[in-house]
Design a protein around this ligand. Structure first.
Ligand code: HEM
Length: 164
């Protein structure tokens, strides 16, 4: 499909790559808002609902992105559309940034699912602090930091691959 082959952010990327980049930008303020709900407002139900919604959006975006990558022949094919092509050194640099990004991107869904699964299992409905709070806070902060690092490194890779 031709419209899927070009991005909408004007960087010779792909539609899905631009979609995921937009999701990565949007997700950070949404996570911060969810933490504001739970920490400041003590709105545990709002926090739970927003985290579930974020989980679904993340899963949908990542699945669509993976399918798109396979359809477009991998990230190298997309990067090859650049107006000024990369030399071998630049290509290595972009690949290394991608590896760092993948460490965060691969661990985040596992941590996210584990945190969500244990929270839904151990907090009552509507949720309130319980004996599970200590474990949940630890897992929750790790999942949040992992997600933010996924976003930051992903956006840095996109910048290096398509904008710089
Ligand atoms: C992956 C999804 C989730 C993440 C990343 C997450 C993250 C967090 C974090 C970081 C905190 C601690 C805030 C602080 O320092 O005070 C927290 C608190 C809390 N979360 Fe989540 N959360 C998630 C899903 C859920 C779900 C699904 C529920 C309910 C079923 C839930 C219920 C709570 C409750 C009740 C607290 C307050 C605990 C307390 O203050 O004792 N969370 N969450």
């Amino acid at each position: 499909m031709p419209f899927l082959q070009n991005g909408f952010l004007g960087n010779n990327s792909s539609f899905m790559l631009d979609f995921v980049v937009s999701a990565l930008v949007l997700i950070v303020p949404l996570v911060l808002f969810s933490l504001f709900l739970v920490k400041i407002k003590k709105n545990y139900t709002g926090h739970r609902n927003l985290q579930i919604l974020l989980g679904i959006v993340l899963l949908a975006a990542v699945s669509a992105f993976e399918i798109d990558m396979i359809m477009q022949g991998g990230w190298q094919e997309i990067v090859a559309k650049r107006e000024i092509p990369f030399d071998a050194t630049q290509m290595t640099e972009v690949r290394n940034i991608l590896y760092v990004h993948l460490v965060f991107a691969i661990t985040t869904p596992f941590l996210w699912v584990l945190t969500m699964f244990l929270a839904l299992k151990n907090f009552p409905s509507p949720p309130v602090p319980t004996g599970h709070s200590k474990v949940h806070k630890l897992l929750g902060w790790c999942a949040t930091i992992d997600l933010v690092m996924t976003s930051v490194t992903g956006l840095f890779w996109y910048y290096k691959a398509f904008i710089s």
